[in-house]
Design a protein. Sequence first.
Length: 277
Amino acid sequence: MDVREYIESGIVEAYATGMLVDADAREVEQMAEKHPEVRDAILEAQSTLNALSRAYAVQPNSEWKDDILSAAFAAREGSSSRQEEPVVRTIGHTQTAKSGGSSRWAIAASIALLISLGINAVQYSNFNDLRSELRATNLRIAELEQNHQVMVASYKEANQQLAVLTDPTTASFVMKGVEGRDPEYRADVFWNAKTEMVYLNVKNLPHAPAGKQYQLWALKDGKPIDMGVFDGIDPDTTLKEMGSVPGAQAFAVTLEPTGGSVNPTLEEMYIYGAPAT
């Protein structure tokens, strides 16, 4: 919206009459600092309102002053003497116009201002409604864009996982609960011979307790090789990329302090598996 449209939206008159909330009033003041046209429009609206207030300011008639003082004096006298009856006087309305021409101009100006304020108030209300709708639309667009990005990322991840699982050079290992653990514990490991990357699919493991993490180990030539840590089942990730190893005869998972250990804690082994047949 350009400066002229902003002024004609009615927000300037609303500011001059004090109809705006604090946030909108600050916006008008900022616009006035940046654009002299907005500042001049505010001054013009305020000047018109001041002129109208002066035009309709009525000075008390001198007879009213005498009547008020007389009534006050009579009330005080009546309270000090019961014999005197209070005098009730009607205060008459006498209004004289100093200038019929100036009065007509003031009335005409007030009518024009009221019409302008009414039109601008409607325009400003419509402007606010449109601005609210625009903000809601922009928020919805941002939400859809975010959802789209999430879907694209999920699609790419699914394609990568599919490529790994369907690659003929990928070997799979099924790890199950060791003796003393729940036999239903299970996780599958996929090792790609070309990339030497290891992928983990946790199917059934309890979430690691506070201060602990599971650690995956590749067993090669009787030696454990660290493949990384994880917390348990991740509902947002089907296939988790771990470390890389040039080859392995088996895989195992132990429960270790957060961050993992240099060597596996055999007493805390949960699952173990050799190549699937």
